[in-house]
Design a protein around this ligand. Sequence first.
Ligand code: SAM
Ligand code: DTB
Ligand code: SF4
Length: 352
Amino acid sequence: MSATFPFAPRNDWSLAEVRALFELPFNDLLFQAQTVHRAHFDANRVQVSTLLSIKTGACPEDCKYCPQSGHYNTGLDKEKLMEVQKVLDAAAEAKAIGSTRFCMGAAWKHPSAKDMPYVLKMVEGVKALGMETCMTLGKLSREQTVALAEAGLDYYNHNLDTSPEFYGNIITTRTYAERLETLAHVREAGMKICSGGILGMGESVDDRAGLLIQLANLPEQPESVPINMLVKVKGTPLAEEKDVDPFDFIRTLAVARIMMPKSHVRLSAGREQMNDQMQALAFFAGANSIFYGEKLLTTANPQAGKDMQLFARLGIKPEERQEHADEVHQAAIEQALVEQRDSKLFYNAVSA
Ligand code: SAM
Ligand code: DTB
Ligand code: SF4
């Protein structure tokens, strides 16, 4: 293990090292992950984001896991780009239930020139509500990333999905290199990167390690790393895939936490299929972000009330958007109160 363990992010992870993490006894791995987690985060805070599909279905890409691909018949109702005001109404609702980030997803290969002005208005509008903004629109050109950054987009989600070796089994219409290029544009434009993958597509442990190595060894690690458990949708080629072992899923979260110590690791799609105990283990392994609200893009997510109950049972609090600013403010208030109390005591002592 590196001398700087567990505090600094590294971007020279080798397959042998990552395999060794995956091979650790479960309790040793979770202990390491929790130790790294506590070096960088409040272990009892989880960031909450809400998703909205702003353009649904009929996607030209052939991602074998995806209910929105036009290549498969999943019986999904297709919808064209939503009106800006409807998107802003949905964002306001998400804010009202306590979400701090609003993620808008479109089933596109890439945004078209005709759609960009509407997309930019959505970013500006959500930002004006005081929420963090995130979009996932497919491949982006350099010009498009600059326009999105200027409109106030905080995060761009573009997943690598799996290892470079396994990728061709899942997607043939977009290359791994194109994905890396989009991520590079996002960085150059100064936005934060949200990039992760999916478990349960028939990949090996080495493929899981390979995905995490690609993410961790980027010049700058992604700020947000969604780890999705495949949601098996009827009509997609992966609908009958075998379930991922729950402990292997937790192991992957723990390895992601150790390799990307400062990133938010998101327990992403698949929570509707997990019990409370598994989610609690995921938070212990270092996952500190979730999608919140009853829908992901097209499939179900736990009800907000159910998540808040789980948080309460575990003593977890949602991460506040301006946590640092709030803490500074709170500390200033507390200091002022202490000073007031001390001066009263002093006064009382003298007058007594
Ligand atoms: N079309 C854009 C793209 O692919 O870049 C954005 C939306 S796409 C739905 C975003 C991500 O959702 C995918 O990269 C994949 O990781 C995840 N995803 C899609 N379908 C899923 C499923 N059935 N189960 C788990 N994750 C899924
Ligand atoms: C991510 O990694 N997972 C989210 C988000 N980024 C866009 C999407 C999950 C989609 C699950 C299937 C669906 O609801 O359509
Ligand atoms: Fe299209 Fe994105 Fe689904 Fe792939 S994952 S089919 S690009 S919506």
